[in-house]
Design a protein around this ligand. Sequence first.
Ligand code: SAH
Length: 228
Amino acid sequence: MTGAPRRWEDVDGATRRRLDHYAALLLTRNAAFNLTAARSPAAVEEHVRDSLTLLPYVRDPLIDVGSGGGFPAIPLAIATGYAVTAVEAVAKKVRFLRATAAELGLNLSVVAGRAEEAARRPDLRARFGSVTARGVGGFATVLELTVPFLAIDGLAVLQRGRLADAERTAGADAALMLGAALVGEYRAIPESDQRRIVLVRKVSPTAPRFPRRSGVPAKRPLGGARHG
Ligand code: SAH
């Protein structure tokens, strides 16, 4: 067991100060580099809290696909101390993530490039206890971009809106093709039904043909799901 906090409310003062430091860096650099749609302190705070709703589910080591300005990778790295890897395709975001990791002394390594290619690296494929990906695409697309990184028994911890039945069914089919299974769906916060955390467990190795080449998981999602 590690001593990682399980909820936002359990986060200690020193951790909150580091989260605030991250928020300040993001707001400052965002003005010049357009790193996230969150442009006010309140909006950034909301994204930090949303990221920390994953605390009860994530495991060490963690990989986050499509980290952008750092959600949820950086709040989770700060709050857990886990070894976190962030995969991001856009160079200016990679530079921000690396600079932030250095400034805050985080246990965060940043992989520049697309998840479709990173997932073929032997040091990254099937290596992680959990994977996150927030705002990266439709459910089946995100499954193809995340499950290959998981070790057997690892968990994809995915923030979704309320899943429509068709999206859930396509996702379940996609998970099966990738060697995984849907194991739970929870409210991100008790007061609202609009945001869900979907848990997907890796049960067998992902076939070498997944993920398909860059762009295909989004263009032709597994399970026949429609784009988006
Ligand atoms: N997770 C962040 C950013 C969401 S925007 C947040 O919640 O705020 C989606 C990000 O994923 C963008 O920064 C985009 O560059 C990145 N991205 C999308 N597809 C990707 C892929 N296949 N591989 C790596 N990064 C990807």
